[in-house]
Design a protein around this ligand. Structure first.
Ligand SMILES: *Cc1c(COP(=O)(O)O)cnc(C)c1O
Length: 419
């Protein structure tokens, strides 16, 4: 058994190794090879951490050069050349062209760190403990982030984490007819609703893990107005949908709104661990060192990120390219939904994230297993794992999109023939 050493020594908590049971060895762009040389197309992109692809040569070259020159690797939050160059590039290429003004807070290198930080500063500034989040939201696994994550699979009552949070319906959670905005306004405005005024409302504009639920642009603007009217901070968790996944750098650009706080991780480090919180300047009420962390300065990630931002985000080319590619992916998904109309309830997505919802969650996971056997890495999402999710690297070629969807199509028919 090739996986026996993992099965014997690694905790039962291991997850993706079960969905993709092989030993991976090499990768390039949107392709991965296992130890035996078997090739896989990647429709998963490290859950959105590899938007610029595996071993992107532009990024790798810069990182290798930096290492060979004995560039600073770790420096807590001390000033380094790599960090300065990252800040310059981020401000010049990302914030300035979008007329956004944020202070940058570097936090520990995983997404859940950014979410904890956002919750902490929001509560501190507003002097309120309560926060509000949405059904099917996913924000990470540490205490605060887990408290606003919907799926009970990750919860155990003994953690005591749901304290001081209120979960409210996301756009279309109750179907198209129910006005979730009116509901939220009502409970916030009514002293007898039993809902405390929150410091912040935390949301993904497109719920990724939650099943590719795309909030409408009008709904997003209405949510912004609610926050303004009730003096609530809007935190947008752009950890998975930021960094170009929606076609723009930030996922909220399509709605023309601004968040008070933005969390970024996954692809912000261009393949290296990094996490960043953006704060409206007036919210930057930290005292020096009040919020800390040893690994806030992964300088390799700064180098990688800066090169990626310089290369992909200094003009509109990449964004336009993504919008074209999105149409291709959408077309492929629509094709599958027409062909397997009896089994696919819904196809939804935006930009470079798309999902096909199957009426049988068991079928969806079976299809992903067959895909893997046939050389395609693809995962499910949603409360019951009922949604097959396309999340390929943003740099994926049209021919690999074609090839991957052909494998998916064949896997669906194989699974149905066996059912
Ligand atoms: C992945 C994810 C997180 C958590 O990030 P980790 O690096 O796994 O801690 C938080 N929010 C969203 C939207 C995510 O997709």
């Amino acid at each position: 058994m090739p996986l026996s050493i993992f099965n014997k020594y690694e905790s039962e908590v291991r997850g993706y190794i079960r969905s993709f049971p092989t030993i991976f060895a090499k990768s390039q762009g949107a392709e991965i090879w296992d130890e035996d040389g078997k090739r896989y197309i990647d429709f998963f992109a490290g859950a959105g951490a590899l938007n610029y692809g595996h071993n992107n040569p532009i990024i790798n070259d810069a990182v290798i050069r930096y290492l060979q020159n004995n560039g600073i690797g770790h420096a807590l939050d001390m000033a380094t050349v790599a960090k300065r160059e990252f800040i310059k590039s981020f401000v010049t290429n990302i914030l300035k062209p979008r007329n956004l003004e944020y202070k940058l807070q570097f936090v520990g290198p995983t997404g859940t760190n950014a979410v904890e930080t956002a919750l902490k500063i929001a509560r501190k500034v507003k002097k309120r403990t309560q926060v509000m989040s949405f059904t099917n939201g996913f924000h990470g696994m540490s205490m605060g982030a887990l408290s606003i994550t919907g799926n009970t699979y990750y919860h155990d009552e003994n953690y005591g984490v749901p304290a001081y949070t209120t979960q409210v319906p996301f756009h279309n959670y109750l179907g198209g007819e129910v006005n979730t905005i009116a509901y939220l306004r009502k409970i916030l405005g009514d002293d007898s609703s039993g809902t405390e005024l929150p410091a912040a409302i935390v949301m993904e504009t497109i719920q990724a893990e939650g099943g590719i639920n795309v909030a409408g642009e009008k709904w997003l603007r209405a949510m912004r107005r609610i926050c303004d009217d009730f003096d609530i901070l809007l935190i947008i968790d752009d950890i998975q949908i930021g960094n170009g996944r929606s076609g723009d750098f930030f996922s909220f650009e399509r709605a023309g709104i601004e968040a008070d706080i933005v969390t970024l991780s996954k692809s912000i480090g261009a393949g290296h661990p990094m996490s960043l919180v953006l704060l409206k300047p007036e919210l930057d009420k930290w005292t020096p060192g009040e919020h800390s962390g040893t690994f806030r300065g992964n300088n390799l990630a700064f180098v990688a990120s800066r090169v990626a931002i310089d290369h992909y985000w200094s003009d509109e080319k990449f964004s336009l390219e993504l919008k074209g590619k999105s149409k291709i992916v959408e077309g492929k998904m629509m094709g599958l939904s027409a062909k397997y109309a009896d089994h696919i309830n819904d196809v939804r997505g935006y930009g470079m994230i798309w999902g096909a919802e199957f009426n049988d969650p068991g079928l969806a996971s079976k299809i992903c297993n067959i895909c893997f056997e046939n050389g395609l890495v693809i995962e499910t999402a949603g409360s019951d794992g009922q949604v097959i999710k396309f999340l390929g690297p943003l740099i994926i070629s049209e021919s690999l999109i074609d090839e991957g969807f052909a494998i998916l199509d064949k896997a669906i028919s194989t699974a149905l023939a066996a059912a």
